[in-house]
Ligand binder design. Sequence first.
Ligand SMILES: [Ca+2]
Length: 181
Amino acid sequence: MRSNVTTAQKFCTKAELIDLLPEGFQLLDFDFGDLDGDGDKDCLAAYRLIDEDEYSSELALRPVIVYLRGAGEQLIEFSRNDNALYCYDCGGCIGDPFIGISIENCEFQISHLNGCWFRTSLQTTFAYDSLISQFVLIEHKTVSGNVISEDDSPIHLKEEVIRYNRKITFESYDINVEMNR
Ligand SMILES: [Ca+2]
C-alpha cells in the first residue's frame, strides 16, 4: 500500500507553495498534478517580481518552476526557466499577455494572449521525457485572427500546431527565440 500518496496529496495547497516562494517574487499562477508519472502530485508555479513595475520589461524576470514530489513527500525544485513567459507588457493592447499555466496528463501548458484587433493565443506544451529525465518542448499551438469584424462578417480564426521532436528542454527553452524562428 502506497500510504505516502494519500499523505502527499493532502499537502497540495497554495499554502504549501507559499513556503517555496523565491525571495522577491509573488505567485502569478500555479497548478498541481502528476508531472512525472509516479502517481504523486507535483506542482508548477509561475512568478513575477513583487516590484515588477519598477523594472523595464526585458529585465523583469518571470520564472516558471517545476517542483516534483520527493520521497520525503515534500516538493523539491526540479527545473526552472526564466524565459518561458513573455514580458509583462509584451501583449500589445492587452498589456500583460500571460493567461496561465496548467497540468494535464503528465504534461503542462503555458498560455499567452496578445494583440489588438488581430489577436494570437499561444499554448506551449511540455512533457516529461524519462529517457533524459528532463521536461521537453512538445508543441506550440496558436489560434489567431481579427477578433473585431468591420462588416459583420463571421470572425475567422486560424489554428496552427507545431510539433517538436523533444530536443528542446524546458530549461533551455526561450519563447522569444522559438516564436521568431
Ligand atoms: Ca509525480
